[in-house]
Design a protein around this ligand. Structure first.
Ligand code: BES
Ligand code: ZN
Ligand code: ZN
Length: 510
């Protein structure tokens, strides 16, 4: 299967190394601040005088202004080649500008630059250099394993060496290695999201998880198949997936399960294709609904990032996998179902299926004594209307926790915007005439908020104690940010792999 062939290949095309040497091998990559009119002194080591003159010329003539996200390639014949990249103004440039500059360079690399490059910074801090490397690697991704191999001829395998001082070397190597691991997680999430829905369905996702776990001693994957899900009473997951010949399942990831104490539990919406079911979607752009498993891809990708970087804490991931199809045996609008929580749900629209599968995933999370639960879901078109492709919608039953996630997103430049979890929305979603809850709001307004309010009904109390306190929980609606994000410099097109980095940062604090 093509999805499998691809697994483990991405992220390896570019090799990043760090060394304290002064040599410039291959093409020079030179990040510069706005206003530079000559090559900074710290960058001159190992540079031929003709290369230096050439760069000085374009800088002093104002041909390259080093504005953010700008590049210029110089081809100096025998004297070597260079890629100049802008960081913006020196006193304003942040770690995000360095990451963006790295990604901009990757986007600008052509076959003519050769396959060996050297980066020379002008006194950047270690976190800044590492962020540049992170940007280089994140942007080094394209999903083309469904193309004939000769179409991929333009893809160059490059080796990029970042030069630094001797005393910076060890720390920078450590940071770059961490980013390599995290980047594998982001690229895996993208692979899962981009994979066409004829090759990516619940059982394939489960098989991939099972195969993946074999590479690590500290990872366990449990698959709850269709029959087991029926037996366990996962009525939401079963109702959504039963109309498809690709039957639903729940895949549970556990890292370092023997570590004592509470742990983060991540829950993902994993609709491998969302036709809407009997409440069929319109035809235009329906192909994009292959990304409707982006929440589960985020969970799997985060697990990969944690495992690759040797994280020693306990983390659990629960992915709710199903294909939402119209069929003779599909659920109908009007059905009333009962899931793991025991609460009944009036299904008023079969296209509001993500919340149904998540209702079981969230309830299941309570079994793992969560420190907190975060769910990820391409849940509503309404969230895309509200925030476009620029920010994820973020809801929580705990204001402080919501702020913590918002800040983790800001730290890695993945925006998650606070949204309201109002009692009125909860009331709307529990106002069914015949069931405990309804999967559709009363009107069309505030659709992203009513969806969040519905999910809250299925977040268990600590130890499932009827009178206990509800477990800290956040919901991230990634419908607009998981794909189609044209301003996201870290990715060319397709699945973005968003929030693997946010959650890695939140969990590991690094
Ligand atoms: N998967 C969609 C949400 C979606 C829409 C994701 C656009 C990405 C882009 C979800 O299952 C859905 O169809 N939601 C409905 C809910 C409605 C029926 C209450 C929606 O947003 O229209
Ligand atoms: Zn839907
Ligand atoms: Zn959906």
């Amino acid at each position: 299967m093509k999805c499998f062939e691809h697994y483990g290949i991405n992220g390896d095309a570019m090799e990043i190394t760090v060394s304290a040497s002064e040599n410039i091998n291959g093409t020079l990559i030179l990040p510069l601040f706005e206003g530079s009119d000559s090559v900074p002194e710290k960058c001159q080591a190992g540079m031929s005088s003709s290369m230096k003159n050439q760069i000085n010329r374009v800088l002093s003539d104002g041909d390259f202004k080093a504005k953010k996200k700008s590049t210029m390639s110089l081809y100096g014949g025998e004297d070597g080649k260079a890629i100049l990249v802008g960081l913006g103004k020196a006193d304003e440039s942040t770690i995000h500008d360095y990451r963006n500059a790295g990604a901009t360079v990757t986007a600008a690399i052509k076959k003519s630059h050769g396959n060996e490059m050297t980066v020379r910074f002008d006194g950047a801090g270690i976190p800044h250099m590492a962020a540049f490397a992170e940007g280089l690697m994140l942007r080094d991704y394209s999903y083309d394993n469904y193309k004939k191999s000769d179409d991929g001829e333009d893809k160059v395998e490059v080796s990029i060496r970042i030069t630094c001082s001797e005393k910076e070397e060890e720390e920078l190597v450590g940071k770059v290695n961490t980013f390599k691991g995290v980047c594998k997680g982001v690229h895996l999430s993208r692979d899962l999201g981009n994979c066409p829905p004829n090759d990516m369905y619940p059982e394939v996702f489960a098989d991939m998880a099972r195969e993946w776990a074999k590479d690590f001693d500290n990872v366990d994957v449990t698959i709850i198949n269709y029959d087991e899900a029926v037996k366990a009473g996962m009525g939401g997951l079963v109702a959504v997936g039963m109309g498809s010949s690709r039957k639903p399942c729940m895949v549970i990831f556990e890292i370092n399960k023997d570590v004592k104490g509470r742990c983060p539990v991540l829950v993902g919406k994993g609709i491998t294709f969302d036709t809407g079911g009997i409440s069929l979607k319109p035809g235009a752009n329906m192909d994009e609904m292959k990304y409707d498993m982006g929440g589960s891809a985020t969970v799997f990708g985060t697990m990969e990032a944690l495992a690759q970087t040797g994280y020693e804490g306990k983390v659990v991931g629960i992915t709710c996998m199903a294909e939402n199809m119209p069929a003779a045996n599909a659920q109908r609008p009007g059905d009333v179902i009962k899931g793991l929580s025991g609460k009944t749900i009036e299904v008023l629209n079969t296209d509001a299926e993500g919340r149904l599968v998540l209702s079981d995933g969230l309830w299941k999370a309570g079994e793992f004594d969560p420190e907190y639960i975060i769910d990820f879901a391409t849940l509503t078109g309404a969230c895309v209307v509200a925030l476009g492709h620029e920010a994820t919608g973020l809801w929580s039953n705990d204001d402080e926790f919501r702020t913590k996630i918002h800040e983790a997103g800001n730290a890695v430049d993945e925006l998650a915007w606070p949204m309201p979890l109002l009692p009125a929305f909860e009331k709307e979603m529990t106002d069914s005439k015949i069931a405990d809850t309804r999967n559709l709001g009363a009107g069309r307004w505030g659709g992203a908020n009513t969806a969040a309010a519905f999910l809250k009904q299925f977040v268990p109390n600590r130890d499932y104690d009827k009178d206990g306190e509800q477990i800290t929980w956040a919901h991230m609606d990634i419908a607009g940010t998981y794909w189609g994000a044209k301003t996201n410099l870290m990715v060319k097109n397709g699945a973005t792999g968003i929030h693997v980095r946010t959650i890695y940062h939140l969990i590991t604090n690094s």
